[in-house]
Design a protein around this ligand. Structure first.
Ligand SMILES: C[C@](O)(CO)[C@H](O)COP(=O)(O)OP(=O)(O)OC[C@H]1O[C@@H](n2ccc(N)nc2=O)[C@H](O)[C@@H]1O
Ligand SMILES: Nc1ncnc2c1ncn2[C@@H]1O[C@H](COP(=O)(O)OP(=O)(O)OP(=O)(O)O)[C@@H](O)[C@H]1O
Length: 301
């Protein structure tokens, strides 16, 4: 019937400003979709029927099924749907895979059941499913704020390549919530580094690597000592700087040309590391410039 791609994301900057009364944290983060993506294949069915080609993937645990149930109850839908998922993004890795699938699912069910829901409303429903979900209705390069539901599209990040390594750690349950809960005042910052990065992107200026960084660096290194070993392996393979994505454990390095990225990728793959090579930046994943009701910020002129 039809397919929808669900790209992974990396956090180029991720600053946590502090804890909110509702238990979430205010953040400022420049997020970027990358060429590593899942693929959702939708077709009509009498009941809900979800499956994936990844062993251990459980439809009932995925936000895809929560998205379906939420729309069915809110819009009084009797119809079902069959979704076949080609899963490429490692789960619970910091690459936002299930969050991206949730956004793709909302788009797909909206189309399959002819609900006619606008993008802004879909983003608000997405925000009920998870803080990373609204961003995926824009993709490309964007600033996310609030708990992640305020999305401001930005000029494209300079086109390049990312080498992504997934350290072998036991990330399970609500690892993101647990890691947020283990942040403390020294992990918090005021968002100014991310504002500088936004300014560079909006003004199409070169991006200083020092502007990239992640508030979860300290706590993830404490919880998962394997991360340090992976960082060293990436540096030894030729990466200049290694960054953490989301709440981890995924690590990535950025490269302007493919040949350099490919060399690092091959060395790591030969070393038995779970490693991916993906395009970064350049094109915007979506063409729409519609700014949703959730994107309240004005870009610096
Ligand atoms: C780390 C990031 O991936 C950065 O992009 C996101 O902030 C996390 O987004 P996410 O995985 O969609 O997170 P959610 O599923 O909404 O929240 C999981 C748990 O993480 C914590 N959480 C999440 C987002 C946020 N801004 N503050 C939080 O404290 C909350 O305890 C929440 O119960
Ligand atoms: N076995 C499973 N099958 C399908 N979905 C799962 C499974 N285990 C967990 N999930 C879903 O995946 C979500 C987390 O995966 P996701 O890939 O979005 O997070 P992430 O990569 O850690 O992103 P980030 O760290 O950036 O928030 C869980 O909240 C849960 O909804």
């Amino acid at each position: 019937m039809f397919k929808i791609m669900a790209p992974a994301k990396i956090n180029l900057s991720l600053e946590v400003l502090g804890k909110r009364p509702d238990g979430y944290h205010n953040i400022k983060s420049v997020v970027q979709t990358i060429g590593l993506a899942d693929e959702l294949d939708f077709s009509p069915a009498a009941e809900l029927d979800f499956s994936a080609d990844m062993p251990g993937w459980d439809g009932e645990k995925s936000l895809i099924s929560r998205a379906a149930r939420l729309l069915k109850s809110r819009y009084d839908i009797d119809a079902g749907a069959r979704v076949r998922l080609k899963k490429r993004i490692p789960l619970m890795s910091g690459l936002g895979g299930d969050s991206s699938c949730a956004a793709a699912a909302l788009k797909g069910f909206n189309r399959l059941w002819r609900l006619g829901i606008g993008k802004g409303q879909l983003m608000e429903i997405g925000a009920e499913l998870g803080s990373d979900v609204p961003f995926f209705f824009f993709g490309g390069t964007a600033l996310i704020e609030g708990r992640g539901e305020l999305v401001t599209p930005l000029g494209p990040y300079p086109a390049g390549w990312a080498v992504i390594v997934i350290p072998r750690v036991d990330a399970e349950g609500d690892k993101t919530g647990w890691l947020y809960g283990n942040l403390n005042a020294k992990d918090f910052s005021d968002g100014s580094r991310t504002e500088e990065l936004v300014e560079a992107l909006v003004q199409n200026q070169p991006v200083e690597p020092a502007l990239l960084g992640n508030a979860f660096d300290r706590v993830t290194t404490l919880v998962w000592p394997e991360i340090q070993e992976c960082r060293w392996q990436m540096l030894k393979a030729g990466a200049i700087r290694v960054y953490l994505s989301g709440a981890g454990p995924a690590l990535y390095s950025l490269h302007r040309n493919k040949a350099e990225a490919d060399k690092v990728f091959r060395v790591l793959r030969h070393g038995g590391v779970e490693v991916y090579l993906a395009g970064v930046g350049g094109l915007r994943m979506t063409r729409e410039r519609e700014v949703s009701s959730l994107s309240l910020r004005e870009l610096p002129q």
